[in-house]
Design a protein around this ligand. Structure first.
Ligand SMILES: [Zn+2]
Length: 164
């Protein structure tokens, strides 16, 4: 297939008999994650939701459904009848799409991405020794207004019990 500008073009440029399958796959993804952002990435249909969600692309003999690790690894048993790699499932061109399974995997990826987002936002919130909460890295901007270089002395102060 030649380079497509969007997923609509991408599906449109596929062989006629496969288009219905690709459209169904797109519908499944949109049903599970209506807010996912759709684009073309690495020459494939790509969906983002709080990070990378899922890709799909037509290969010579199958449709590749790509879900970044560890989702496929975590669903090995569900996927035992399919050819898989660490990040891809080979969907047969001649068989019906395993709709329930695809939905399950995408939902797992959504959960994974949501948990990741929480973790990174947690990391960004610091509490200084006087109890101020702040987001930037380095010394507390309330205790040290306009000063982000006195890391060393702050660390010393942090070791002292806080005074009333
Ligand atoms: Zn402070």
């Amino acid at each position: 297939m030649k380079a497509a500008k969007n997923v609509y073009d991408y599906i449109d440029s596929a062989p006629k008999e496969i288009q219905a399958k690709l459209k169904e796959l797109r519908k499944i993804i949109k049903e599970v994650v209506p807010d996912a952002k759709e684009s073309i990435s690495y020459g494939m249909a790509f969906y983002a939701y709080k990070g990378r969600l899922v890709y799909f692309g037509l290969q010579k003999k199958h449709i590749g459904l790509y879900i970044p690790p560890p989702i496929i690894e975590n669903h090995k048993y569900d996927l035992r009848d399919y050819k898989t790699t660490k990040s891809a499932i080979h969907l047969s061109l001649s068989q019906k799409l395993p709709v329930a399974l695809i939905k399950k995997l995408i939902k797992a990826r959504v959960k994974h991405n949501e948990a990741n987002k929480l973790k990174t936002s947690d990391k960004k919130i610091h509490t200084c020794s006087r109890g101020h909460k702040y987001q930037s890295s380095g010394p507390c901007p309330i205790c040290w207004p306009g000063n982000t270089k006195k890391k060393r002395s702050l660390q010393l102060l942090d070791l002292l019990p806080s005074l009333p």
